[in-house]
Design a protein around this ligand. Structure first.
Ligand code: KIV
Ligand code: ZN
Length: 515
């Protein structure tokens, strides 16, 4: 009989650690809602001890979705972190405390500067403490793939005896290669099944050598019961194993792995697009499963073969990952039902009737102006509508602007609002965007540096919406900002302000009380 593989999604924890991918509470809730539709078994919702904002987001996710999906959050092996996790996830029906502590020599010696025995004892004490709070505890042996095997096993044995119910073996720095990692999992699995066959063996792979998917699959072949992944492979540095790749490999090659997941694969593309839109981090066009070209066949030979029989060049169909009917064309006459369906298909929640009605009125205004409304336009509507609450927190808003461009003095004049304060100014620059950003920088008085500026067209037609994605550097941290508008100068100004507002929110969160 094929084994069920448990899928933990860590997009909201490891994925959100990507510089510039910071999500606000509404965005995290939208993603969690879509992860629930995708039917992941466990959502890792954040790292509650890291900030008050993260604590609140985890708590909200546990309260909202904890009745139907297991919720976990990360703690270091210290009581204050474990308390923060417990307090934030306890409302869920199946809460799981996730503790991480290094096992490699380099972690033990350089990070902790303690003896191996002392570090192991820290882990055991942490598990014992967590078990006084909740029955389910996962222990991650950070940097396991570079650890001395016997010490790694001694740690696993000790924390299992202390009550850990899941052992997670991370390839933290993406150093492993598939046969070696598979072998490591097989050896641990053999001993673990003898020690306590109820304990679940899990893996968590990073992609520094581009091997995260291959290593995860090799682990499944060698006995792993659970996999940790992220949507679009987001995560520290080169990212984590991509959920869509691992899940589809298990589905397409089920007989080879003799294992399956309960992921609703038809939700994969929608989930990927939602994460792309909310984080502003695009997937490469040739990315497996969810890239724009993943199912595009361009050469004549391939097209000819496909017309004869799809299986000639297709190992899975676009429908399997939800690629059919992604493009929606709505008009002002489409009505509430069609619009609601379109919003939900993109992974957004519509259960708040009052909020939906406001959104529908905005849709009618846009449809009157644009005639044809495409899926990207709907995304624009929903995401801009749902970020309104941030402006209530006294952040910067664009009131009006004028940009004059010529090859002598490109000039921008901008009026901003911050609560009841109005700020006005003009600057010249090397070009229109440089002038625009110079005046905004001067008005907000923050020493930010523009690191990246990208503009794409989001939909077809002459009223196509332009999406601007930018990254700024402020006090050593990267913040991203996105905005969409039919006027690309306005989108550029709003993207910059969104990034600045992100930095301000971060400052506010840091000044808020620590958990
Ligand atoms: O990469 C890692 O080791 C982690 C652990 C917290 C599982 O993210
Ligand atoms: Zn990780």
């Amino acid at each position: 009989m094929n084994r069920k593989i448990i899928v933990l999604d860590t997009t909201l924890r490891d994925g959100e650690q990507v510089p510039g991918a910071k999500l606000n509470m509404h965005q995290k809730i939208e993603i969690a809602q879509q992860l629930k539709r995708l039917n992941v078994d466990i959502i890792e919702a954040g790292f509650p001890a890291s900030s008050q904002g993260d604590f609140q987001a985890v708590q909200e996710i546990a309260r909202t979705f904890g009745d139907s999906v297991s919720i976990t959050a990360l703690a270091r092996a210290v009581r204050t972190d474990i308390d923060a996790v417990y307090q934030s996830i306890k409302a869920a029906q199946n809460p799981l405390i996730h503790i991480v502590l290094g096992t490699s020599n380099i972690h033990v010696e350089k990070k902790f500067n303690r003896s191996k025995e002392a570090v192991m004892e820290m882990g055991v004490e942490a598990v014992k403490y967590a078990k006084t709070l909740l029955p389910y505890v996962q222990y991650s042996t950070e940097d396991a793939s570079r650890s001395d095997f016997e010490y790694l096993w001694k740690t696993i044995e000790a924390v299992v005896k202390a009550g850990a119910t899941m052992i997670n073996v991370p390839d933290t720095v993406g150093f492993a290669v598939p046969d070696e990692f598979g072998d490591l999992i097989r050896r641990i699995n053999d001993r673990l099944k003898n020690l306590n066959d109820k304990v679940i063996l899990s893996v968590h792979c990073h992609n520094d050598l581009g091997l995260a998917t291959a290593n995860t699959l090799s682990a499944v072949k060698n006995g792993a019961d659970k996999i940790e992944c992220t949507i679009n492979g987001l995560g520290e540095r080169a990212g984590n194993a991509s959920l869509e790749e691992v899940v589809m490999a298990l589905k397409v090659r089920e007989s080879s792995f003799q294992a399956y997941t309960e992921i609703q694969t038809k939700e994969l593309l929608r989930t990927s697009r939602l994460v792309t839109h909310l984080t502003g981090l695009d997937v490469q066009v040739n990315k497996a499963i969810t890239g724009e070209n993943a199912f595009a066949h361009s050469s004549g030979i391939h097209q000819d073969g496909l017309l004869k029989d799809k299986q000639v060049y297709e190992i899975m169909s676009p429908e399997d990952v939800g690629a059919e009917s992604m493009e929606l064309i709505l008009t002002a006459r489409s009505g509430r039902h069609a619009f609601k369906n379109a919003v939900e298909k993109m992974g957004f929640d519509t259960s708040d009737n009052e909020d939906f009605e406001q959104l529908f009125q905005k849709f009618l205004t846009l449809a009157d102006a644009k005639k044809e409304v495409y899926d990207h336009d709907v995304f624009y509507l929903v995401t801009s509508h749902r970020t309104v609450s941030d402006t209530e927190k006294q952040l910067y808003e664009l009131e009006s602007f004028q940009v004059v461009t010529n090859d002598v003095y490109p000039t921008a004049t901008v009026k901003l609002r911050k609560g009841s304060e109005v700020l006005k100014g003009s600057e010249v620059g090397d070009g229109p965007i440089d002038a625009l950003y110079s005046v905004i920088k001067a008005l907000v008085g923050m020493d930010v540096q523009l690191k990246d500026y990208k503009i794409n067209s989001l939909s077809r037609g002459k009223e196509a919406i332009g999406r601007v994605n930018i990254r700024i550097q402020y006090e050593g941290k990267t913040y991203s900002g996105r905005a969409m508008d039919t006027d690309i100068i306005k989108a550029s100004a709003n993207a910059f302000l969104n990034a600045v507002n992100g930095a301000l929110l971060d400052d506010m969160a840091k000044q808020g009380s620590a958990v």
